[in-house]
Structures are given as structure tokens and as C-alpha cells.
Write a new protein. Sequence first.
Lengths: 114, 112
Amino acid sequence: DQQVKQNSPSLSVQEGRISILNCDYTNSMFDYFLWYKKYPAEGPTFLISISSIKDKNEDGRFTVFLNKSAKHLSLHIVPSQPGDSAVYFCAASAGETSGSRLTFGEGTQLTVNP
Amino acid sequence: NAGVTQTPKFQVLKTGQSMTLQCAQDMNHNSMYWYRQDPGMGLRLIYYSASEGTTDKGEVPNGYNVSRLNKREFSLRLESAAPSQTSVYFCASSPQGNYGYTFGSGTRLTVV
């Protein structure tokens, strides 16, 4: 039972355009959401997060949007750069009931073409 | 450099062999985790240790055991390797109650 789903295995965009990566979740107990970025032969690295009390969080070129009623979140990258090419994982936590455990999605391979 | 160190980086095992994956962190983090990454399945939690002296099962614990040797080290043992355990294994750590995981660079394990 995949509680966090990223339905697009891959996404290709042109440099300078917007990249939108999507993530859906089923567990209504999830209250904290994160995006991790992974380059080949490296471990994932933390990118940006959002608490369920917010619907938007920005950090430079990266913005995460949360729609709790739809159980959906998205990561926007504007403008996209070739160095953003990586696998992006969405992750979620059920707060105090799960300690610090994260449930990850399947990942989306983003390719930004020069 | 500070971070999470995993050894070995690559390993090939025959079915039925045993091995231990090592993980050490030098950030004084309380919590440590073992995940496996498989194509189309993302990262799945095998075991975790919320603090020194405690360990708990994650989503996919069967076939594995763990030891939290001290605050720095958290090892993952495969007692009798199976081809289904072919995967990339990641160790991570975090301050207790914090979701900002720091991951190691992974161990690519192939069981033939």
C-alpha cells in the first residue's frame, strides 16, 4: 500500500522554464511533507519542507504547495537549470505518532535540457 | 567532512551468504535509519533507531537485523541473503524529532 505516490516517473523541461513535480498521499495523519533531491551515486539531500498548517513555502527558486483537501503537494522550480536534473523524492511524516520516520514516494526523474 | 559514512560501497553476495552493512555518523544525531531503494518503489524503511539503545521495524524488515552499537554506529545484517535483497541501501541520521535527514552515499548490493 503506497501511502505516498509520485505518478510521473520522469519529467523533461527546457532550461529557464518551470518544472512542476507532483505528489499525492493517502494517509490523513500525515502533517509534515518534504522534498529530497538525489543525484546518481549519491544519497538524497533535503531540499524543502512544508507543515500542514501552511499551504505554501518558498526557498529561492523552489516553492512547495500543499492542498490538504486534495491530499496533494507539488514542487515548483523556477527557472529550471541543467544542474536541477536529478531524481526528486516526496516524503511525508505523521508527526508525533511516527517519531521522525519518513514515508517516501517512488521518485520523479527530472531532466532539464539546455 | 562531517556526515554519514557507509561501507562497503559495492558488494556481490551469493544466495545464502551473510554480511553486515556498516553505517557511522559524526553529527551527534540521536536517530538513525536504514532504507532500501528499488526501481519504481522509492525508498522503503527497513529498520530505524530513534535513540541509542532502541531499534524498531520499518515497512520491510523481513530478512534483516540491526544493531545500534553506540550513538554513532548503526549496522544492518543480512543473515541469509536472497536475490530479492538486491538493492541500493541507504543509511540516514537525524536529530531526534527532526526530519532533516542526512543520508550516506549508499551501498549497492547484488545477490546472485
